[in-house]
Design a protein around this ligand. Structure first.
Ligand SMILES: C[S@@+](CC[C@H](N)C(=O)[O-])C[C@H]1O[C@@H](n2cnc3c(N)ncnc32)[C@H](O)[C@@H]1O
Length: 197
């Protein structure tokens, strides 16, 4: 994971609206931010306290990731929005939630395996933290404008950076939500761990 984090602000489908179609909260945080923080600093079953709960982004992501949470929010209208949001949130499949403590010791999963297994389809778009899209090709490379190559190379080209961890950079879209491709890699790793030697 890079030490500088480039994440999208909360827009589109994820942005909660009130009955008049206005933003339900002025500073709703993106789920991708909480996903990264909670995955990197907690384990399933842990309890997370957010004393400035707002629309409950921390609680929603905690629930998806199999964590418990306590939220404190002084504004009743935000509490209602948060409650409804969390009621409508589902936990990810538990197989997808187990993460090894040592990332370096994990088996290598080529990005192309996600395509081979049909988890991502050739022609499907991946989304960068800034909302740029790159097309997935059948051989497990990406193409975005004039740049083509691995998830890491195309991410680095977009960021104008010497390197980029494509696994934490790219997201795929399902039901209007952007989800990290790292979750798909984790699913494959979980299956590999369960396979008898
Ligand atoms: C930056 S917002 C949190 C946004 C939230 N992370 C989200 O994604 O929606 C901070 C929230 O803290 C609440 N707040 C501020 N002071 C508080 C206090 N003393 N007790 C409880 N809530 C408080 C505000 O009403 C506001 O909703």
């Amino acid at each position: 994971m890079r030490s500088d984090w480039v994440l999208p602000i909360c827009t589109g489908h994820e942005r909660l609206k009130d009955e008049n179609g206005d933003k339900a909260h002025p500073t709703q945080k993106p789920e991708s931010l909480l996903h990264r923080i909670l995955l990197g600093s907690t384990n399933p079953g842990d309890v997370i306290l957010d004393p400035f709960f707002g629309t409950g982004t921390t609680g929603a992501v905690a629930k998806m990731l199999g964590r418990n949470f306590i939220g404190i929010e002084r504004e009743e209208s935000y509490r209602k929005v948060a409650q409804k949001r969390i009621d409508n949130t589902r936990k990810y499949d538990s197989d997808a939630l187990s993460v090894s403590t040592s990332k370096r010791a994990e088996p290598r999963v080529p990005f192309g395996q996600l395509v081979e297994r049909g988890m991502l389809r050739p022609g499907e778009n991946l989304v960068s933290p800034r909302g740029e899209t790159a097309k997935v090709r059948a051989d497990g490379t990406l193409v975005c404008g004039k740049s083509a190559g691995s998830i890491h190379q195309v991410g680095a080209a977009l960021e104008n950076a010497p390197s980029c961890n494509g696994w934490s950079y790219w997201n795929f879209s399902r039901d209007g939500k952007n989800i990290s491709i790292d979750l798909l890699r984790e699913q494959i790793r979980t299956e590999m761990r369960q396979r008898p030697n």
